[in-house]
Design a protein around this ligand. Sequence first.
Ligand code: OOG
Ligand code: MG
Length: 262
Amino acid sequence: MTANIWTVDRAAEALRAAESARSARHPITEDWPGLDLGTAYRVQSELVAARVAGGEKIVGVKLGLTSRAKQRRMGVDAPLTGWLTDGMALDAGALVPVERLIHPRVEPEIVFTLGRRLAGPGVTPASAMAAVRSVSAGLEVIDSRYRDFRFTLADVVADNASSARFVVGDMEVDPAGLDLALEACVLGVGGAVVDTATGAAVQGHPGRALALAANSLAERGLALEEGWIVLTGGMTDAVPLEPGRPITAEFTHLGTLTVSCD
Ligand code: OOG
Ligand code: MG
């Protein structure tokens, strides 16, 4: 009955296959009900290790499901982390290569660049913010490898938190001059405002999300490195990316970012 045995390798391969075929699949936990969080993070590590072996470089970390808007929509009530590589980065203004994606959605995020290494455990929001060199606007393009973005926490962890692409704005703002809980974002689709939020939507303050990422990585013996970027999580629900309907995030102090596709 070896065909029924699921392993970290097999789960990673199933997710890679769904991504390259652009074909959404059913949740891994339907095949592998025993998949626990620790093992799901090993699947995630294996996926990113394969990208690194293929020449990509890790440039940072993302948090997912840090806001109530996202947790409610996805039906998962705990945050998670995933990896970002240079292969996922898009230049501001570049078209999103939707021909390589399954069903992309876009969400506005507050992004940190670290001026020094940040290692848990015991990182507080204040000590996390002390490691931040600059704050920027971000738009994340997520693309779950699961049909209809339907998954459990273990599934979405294994799928590297639905990571696909991301854009970071060129403004690099000193965190000392900002109240990030009150930093507002207006999300527009095709010129119409569809949602609004402030930084407080993200764990009360995005610095709390950063501390959470450092402490969560520490449980796996890992740390956030100097120079890395950290996407702190969608402030609003994500919106589908469609041709002819550019998605714009306008922030109070971090500038305005737009993504679109043909
Ligand atoms: C999971 C990824 C969540 C965020 O910012 O909350 C995420 C998903 O919604 O597919 O990136
Ligand atoms: Mg996100």
